[in-house]
Design a protein around this ligand. Sequence first.
Ligand SMILES: CC(C)(COP(=O)(O)OP(=O)(O)OC[C@H]1O[C@@H](n2cnc3c(N)ncnc32)[C@H](O)[C@@H]1OP(=O)(O)O)[C@@H](O)C(=O)NCCC(=O)NCCS
Length: 169
Amino acid sequence: MDSRTPSDSKTILTDLVLPSETNPLGNLFGGELLARMDRAASIAARRHSRRIVVTASVNHVAFNRMIALGSVVTVEAKISRAFKTSMEVIIDVWIEDRESGLKAQANEAIYTFVAVDEQGQPVPVPQVVPESDLEKQRYDAALRRKQLSLVLAGKMKPAEATELKALFI
Ligand SMILES: CC(C)(COP(=O)(O)OP(=O)(O)OC[C@H]1O[C@@H](n2cnc3c(N)ncnc32)[C@H](O)[C@@H]1OP(=O)(O)O)[C@@H](O)C(=O)NCCC(=O)NCCS
């Protein structure tokens, strides 16, 4: 099976914040942003695996900045690492200043997707070959995050999480 780079799966969704998507303070609802990130991440996972994909886990979400009504929001998703049937997708969220056009990072998230066949059974995916320094850092840390997610989900015993244990030794 061919390997692919993170750029091969890069997916960018850009959209406005509309009044129906805001809270009483006039900022984007967290749930709306989660949905946008899930959509972008699922397209990235599909581009990487070229299979049907399902969200297995939302591993990490940080809402670092409020996103105001009318903002232009860009959600960028890329596969950071693939394992046997699962893929870690890292999502960076940017908002852009109307006057300067400069982009600032507002949020980030990490999702895990699994490629499945028509019956919903997990199937193998191509490996990832990271290129940039950031992609290499994210690739290296992905196994640790996978183990943490599995431990928290009760699918791995803490004693088996070798990458996590290495952090504390
Ligand atoms: C995701 C799903 C296919 C996994 O099925 P499963 O029977 O647990 O299959 P496995 O145990 O073989 O796990 C498949 C892969 O997912 C990974 N995985 C499962 N749960 C995980 C979690 N919480 N965090 C990280 N990885 C996870 C496993 O480690 C394995 O990865 P690998 O093959 O790359 O090593 C299944 O649980 C499912 O269909 N869930 C519903 C998905 C869905 O509907 N999502 C939309 C949200 S409503």
